[in-house]
Design a protein around this ligand. Structure first.
Ligand code: MIG
Length: 799
């Protein structure tokens, strides 16, 4: 196979049975599209067909160059290079970042095709060499620890109820992984919505094998060297989360089984009566008229607009659930319009596919097609105009309990040989038709199409507001359209623990805005589990209490004392932390780095840090190690390199500890172990019943003193699109004096007359302060007021 340069931006080759194309979409990223197998009918391999990716934004426009060097072909892109062995069959390659030192070796790419009806069955495979000391992070919403080496996953969006801590696959598929070795990272993204599987050195000790059930491998290789660089590039490629409205970072309360407007108002009243902060309530399928999406049951929800207004009067927004499956009913407008305009998924034989979800029979809008997405966007209009705050997309794997056929019903999963009638998980058959595509190819894209329709709808019908869309399923790039929750977990301690690694995994896969149902959707939690779950959930970017129909009520006041008081403390802590969370979300929107971070993100060379999945960093400097086991009041925590100020419950709580080391945290119920790394700061505000704006007042900076101090704060209206303001603190501390500068860019919003500083790690008494006043001093800490107009502050200590 001879490689040619086409124009300046593409290396291309094809022969009788293979085709490939290499392009450079971004600095540090090379894209390799390979068809390793011809279809059985062609003599020469066809050109690679044009492709529209649901995941990737932008195009492949950077120059590439080609050099032949004996038997070796060198392809150089911007900040990355690929080496191939000329004429090798099967094809292999070696990818190198700009330093030339960090590589990914692919031993082979090979394909296989089996004759089949109605479509031939393709399988395209990628085999990577993976030395023992290579860790693998990411893979989206997956179980297991943060380092996925030794596991095996399937990418096939699946509704599983109930699921266990080792169930795979679950609802979302993000075929992106980050390899970490000797402190440097490289990313691999397989942009295929077809079913795929990856074996991460489980079957073969030194191999990662990725199989895609499709004719092509569309591969992106992403340079580091730091894990954060890979994430930044991956999210430049697949797009970043837009900054969500501030209210969506407050507390959410949900339950399948709030059956009337009255129920919802009672929930809000109980929150207020118990002095629990709340920003959103969710309306589950109970509000619909006979389970018809986009309708209201007017007997139980008489006046939705009035309900929205009543909720708003208490500072609360409503989030309404929407299911894609449409009830078959000639009097139901949405169904009729979708049917009349040919917007529905069809069977292999060409009839409209019908099945059973909540409504029965029901049909499926083909949300993989742009015209169907546009139709679906339109449906949001009346909801958004009523004042609905957010849209919750459920059952969008798509989930389907039974597929109807003339002769018989198919209850998934049905495993038949080959493609016809085969159904994997509770969904549609492999051979169902989506325009000219088959379900097998587009299954994993369905939810992203639906979420795109929802986020587009905000731009169309509520352009002055930021979108809030919550989705269960999704594919790579879903972060552009929606936040994600991890589906139907249970009130088990194991699910609390699992949520920490799952959410870190989502964060490492480009999805910063995510959460798990607190305190578990199914089952019966104890008051202790509720409290421990809420303490961890304070740091979930999405903090939602939710429960299933028919299980015990799980709102925080249902558990009596002392749990109610401790639950309130957790919620108040969440609201105090909003300046920090909001700033981290703003950072995520610009760099792709998630608020909830695995330790290795900031200690990439630390192999021990990889092993502690039940602790995480919130931003760069705050380490959180929640209690995730029943009756435990102590736990081991690993502190990576650096000096760590114990900061339990956001208060200085003991002498500084020097890492890397292990510590035992003493945490009776009510206490959350945390440590603040020297040089970092936590901006806090006061508690509030609900959010208003993100111009924070009061504002307190908790600073762990270190030779350098750096901190930022982002503020704005909290919704809408007026630009905000960034405050940067930077300073030095040499043991004798702290010198801090405050730099503000952008303006607007409130002006604070003063900010408070709480300094931690103060070695002696304070002699003099320039630019601020001392409020109080205790051993090791000092509290100061810093007038809002003073750009500089100097604190002199006694020596
Ligand atoms: O099969 O709408 O994951 O959050 O409460 C259950 C009812 C359907 C599944 C969602 C869950 C929601 C429930 N839904």
């Amino acid at each position: 196979m001879e490689l040619h340069l086409r124009g300046h931006t593409c290396v291309h080759a094809h022969d009788s049975h293979r085709a490939l194309e290499i392009t450079c979409p971004l600095e540090g990223v090379l894209r390799l599209r390979v068809r390793p197998t011809a279809s059985q009918s062609s003599i020469r391999h066809p050109e690679l067909p044009a492709k529209t990716s649901i995941a990737v934004v932008g195009d492949d426009s950077l120059p590439v160059s080609l050099r032949l060097d004996g038997d070796v072909v060198q392809i150089q892109g911007s900040g990355a290079a690929l080496t191939l062995a000329r004429g090798a069959d099967p094809l292999g390659f070696s990818f190198a970042d700009a330093s030339g030192e960090r590589r990914i070796h692919c031993t082979s790419i090979y394909g296989d095709v089996r004759v089949g009806y109605p479509v031939p069955h393709f399988r395209s495979s990628l085999l990577l060499r993976s030395p023992d000391d290579e860790a693998w992070l990411g893979f989206g919403e997956k179980v297991g620890p943060v380092d996925k080496r030794g596991l095996r996953f399937t990418f096939w969006n699946t509704d599983v109820l109930p699921h266990e801590p080792d169930t795979d696959p679950l609802y979302a598929s993000i075929p992106f992984a980050l390899s970490l070795r000797a402190g440097t990272a490289v990313g691999v993204f397989v942009d295929e919505t077809s079913r795929s599987e990856v074996d991460i050195a489980q079957e073969h000790a030194e191999q990662v094998v990725w199989h895609v059930d499709g004719p092509e491998l569309d591969l992106y290789l992403i340079a580091g060297p730091a894990p954060a660089d890979v994430l930044r590039r991956y999210t430049a490629l697949t797009g970043r989360m837009p900054l969500p409205p501030l209210w969506s970072l407050g507390a959410h309360q949900s339950r399948w089984g709030y059956e009337s407007a009255r129920d919802l108002l009672d929930v809000v009243a109980a929150y207020r009566q118990h002095a629990l902060p709340l920003d959103a309530v969710h309306l589950d399928i109970d509000y619909m008229d006979g389970l018809r999406s986009w309708t209201w049951d007017r007997a139980r929800f008489k006046d939705p607009r009035a309900l929205m207004e009543d909720l708003r009067a208490h500072g609360v927004r409503a989030v309404t659930i929407v299911d894609p499956a449409l009830k078959v009913d000639a009097d139901y407008e949405v169904y009729e319009a979708a049917r009349a305009n040919d917007l529905l998924v069809r069977t292999d034989r060409g009839e409209v596919l019908t099945g059973e979800v909540w409504p029965n029979p029901c049909v499926f809008p083909d949300l993989t097609r742009p015209e169907v997405q546009a139709f679906w966007s339109q449906q949001h209009r009346s909801f958004l105009e009523l004042g609905v705050g957010g849209i919750w997309n459920d059952m969008n794997e798509p989930s389907c309990f039974t597929v109807h056929r003339e002769d018989k019903d198919l209850t998934p999963p049905t495993v038949a040989r080959g493609v016809p009638d085969r159904i994997e998980g509770k969904t549609l058959p492999y051979d169902a038709r989506h325009g000219d595509k088959r379900h097998l190819e587009v299954h994993n894209a369905y939810a992203s199409g639906m979420a795109k329709a929802s986020s587009d709808a905000f731009g169309q019908w509520a352009p002055e507001r930021r979108a809030f869309v919550l989705t269960r399923a999704g594919f790579a790039g879903i972060q552009r359209h929606a936040a994600m929750w991890t589906g139907d977990n249970s009130s088990h301690w194991a699910h609390l623990e699992l949520s920490l690694s799952m959410l870190q995994g989502l964060g490492m896969s480009g999805v910063p805005f995510c959460g798990a149902d607190i305190p578990g959707f199914l089952g019966r939690p104890s008051g202790e589990l509720l409290v421990r779950w809420m303490q961890a959930g304070v740091f979930y970017p999405l903090m939602r209490n939710h429960s299933a129909r028919g299980v015990v009520p799980k709102e925080p006041w249902r558990f009596g004392e002392p749990y109610l008081t401790l639950a309130r403390e957790a919620l108040v802590r969440r609201y105090r932390l909003l300046p920090m969370l909001y700033t981290l979300m703003h950072e995520a929107a610009h760099s792709g780095l998630p608020p909830m971070r695995p330790l290795v993100l900031h200690a990439p060379g630390d192999a021990e840090a990889l092993r502690w999945s039940d602790q995480f960093l919130f931003g760069p400097g705050l380490l959180v190690a929640p209690i995730v086991k029943p009756k435990q009041t102590r736990r081991v925590v690993y502190l990576p390199e650096g000096r760590w100020q114990p900061f339990f419950d956001l208060e200085p709580s003991g002498p500084i500890i020097e890492g890397p080391t292990f510590a035992i945290a003493h945490a009776p119920l009510g206490v959350t172990p945390m440590w603040l790394k020297e040089g970092h700061a936590v901006p806090l505000t006061g508690g509030a019943p609900h959010t208003a704006t993100a111009w924070w007042d009061p504002l307190t900076w908790h600073i762990a003193l270190g030779p350098r101090v750096d901190a930022t704060l982002y503020e704005d209206d909290g919704d809408g699109f007026r630009p905000g303001r960034q405050t940067t603190l930077s300073g030095t501390f040499d043991g004798a004096a702290l010198r801090l500068c405050r730099q503000v860019t952008g303006d607007g919003g409130g002006t604070r007359t003063s900010e408070r500083l709480r300094l931690q790690g103060v070695p002696g008494g304070i002699r003099q302060i320039e630019g601020g006043q001392l409020v109080s001093q205790e051993i090791g800490t000092a509290t100061l007021d810093w007038p809002g107009h003073a750009p500089q502050l100097v604190v002199h200590l006694d020596r």
